[in-house]
Design a protein around this ligand. Structure first.
Ligand code: SF4
Length: 318
């Protein structure tokens, strides 16, 4: 029987809350400072117009309605009882404070909601917004979790893919989130053009050193009509093979602090309009292959997590 060689999110939720917990995606008609002209207009070179909200209900529905519809689906299908409101698409802290408060209050209303998860950019984290979340957390006893799109710690790559922020903003956001005792998630793409295995290892090391709670891995997908899509058509994008990608994921896992929970090992990508997604292989086959390689190599999460807290002193046994 295959043993689990990394920390699986669903198991973690089950242990933490005593039963299965389901995330209810909320889609806001928002935008992003990297698309509306504040930082730039083109967005990240891989971003499509959906702003990573392709699995959500239409954003014309109210937050309450989206929660109700998604909740009923999970209740009927899985007999679910506990839920996390998940602000998934676009940049969910990029709005005025009053609007942010209204959204959070709407998402916290339902008595079956036990937590709120907010996806955003590292440069859209601000103390006033976090202080409000702290109030809500204390009033309602909710679990607050903030998901930051880091993508890579390599700030040269961040510049090349036009993220509009560097590693510094991620570190700043993370420290502010941690100071209030919220959980954090780092979203990482391990095959961005220009990144190599050294970057993969440094991703794992910096995420571990900063005490991030969860990671979410995605491979790069190339949507037609995006800047990256146009580069791909011109033959300007070099992609690694699936085997090389799997090797990167396995190495990332080896360097990752064993306490960090892996929320997602493989992303699904949007349907249609694609140049490239997951090597035209279903996400679950890639996931299974990663698990097989961990097994074949007899390796596991944190096997190479030996680099913090004065590694040299430990090696010399001083
Ligand atoms: S930060 Fe997200 S929503 Fe904004 S341009 Fe980049 S991928 Fe798109």
């Amino acid at each position: 029987m295959m043993i689990t060689r990394y920390r699986v999110y669903s198991d973690h939720l089950q242990q933490k809350f005593g039963e299965k917990v389901y995330k209810l995606p909320i889609n806001l008609p928002g935008t992003c400072p990297n698309r509306d002209g504040t930082l730039g207009t083109g967005g990240c070179i891989f971003c499509d117009a959906e702003g990573a909200g392709f699995e959500c209900l239409p954003n014309t529905l109210s937050i309450e309605k989206q929660i109700e519809k998604n909740k009923n689906f999970f209740k009927k299908r899985f007999n679910a009882r506990k839920f996390i409101s998940y602000f998934q698409a676009f940049t969910n802290t990029y709005m005025c404070l009053d609007e942010f408060k209204d959204n959070i209050q709407a998402a916290a209303k339902d008595p079956d909601i036990i937590g709120i998860s907010i996806s955003t950019r590292p440069d859209c984290i601000n103390d006033l917004y976090l202080d409000f979340l702290l109030e809500i957390k204390e009033q309602k006893g909710l679990n607050i979790n903030i998901e930051l799109g880091l993508q890579t710690v390599n700030y040269h790559t961040l510049s090349r893919v036009n993220r509009g922020h560097t590693l510094a903003e991620f570190i700043d956001a993370l420290l502010r989130i941690k100071a209030r005792g919220f959980e954090s998630v780092a979203h990482v793409i391990l095959n961005l053009p220009g990144d190599d295995m050294l970057d993969v290892i440094e991703n794992a090391k910096i995420i571990s050193a900063l005490g991030v709670n969860y990671v979410k891995l995605h491979s790069l997908y190339i949507v037609k009509g995006t800047k990256l899509g146009n580069m791909f058509e011109q033959g300007l994008v070099e992609l690694i093979s699936l085997d090389q990608y799997i090797e990167r994921v396995v190495t990332f896992i080896e360097y990752l602090d064993p306490k960090i929970v892996i929320q997602r090992l493989v992303g699904k990508g949007p349907q249609g309009n694609l140049h490239f997604c997951n090597w035209s292989t279903s996400w679950w086959k890639i996931k299974r292959r990663i698990e097989e390689v961990l097994e074949e190599k007899d390796t596991y999460q944190g096997r190479k997590f030996n680099y913090l807290n004065g590694k040299v002193l430990k090696v010399k046994n001083i």
